[in-house]
Design a protein around this ligand. Sequence first.
Ligand code: FES
Length: 104
Amino acid sequence: TDGWKAVTPADEVEEDDVVCVTACGRRLAVFHLEDGEYVVTDDRCTHGEASLADGYLDGDTIECPRHQGVFHVPTGKAMSPPVVDALPVYPTRIEDGQVWVQLP
Ligand code: FES
């Protein structure tokens, strides 16, 4: 296949919120940003074992609940220590009411 998977109904992720889903054995964070954009990233923090879906979403940044590292959600860029490595961000589209993600 082309690697696209439907991971959740789009309307199950409220605007300005993030949920954790599992697809193909991966834990993903599905963000619905306040500007309406959907972004899908790994849910696991690149610094340690923590679920970013349990973190603090502030506009387009997410703060890790474990050591308060911050990532820029649309790009995955690490913005604030202790996080150094970028968060993987996956190609995402909305179709037929579902959030579709292209996994490598
Ligand atoms: Fe996320 Fe340490 S586990 S900042």
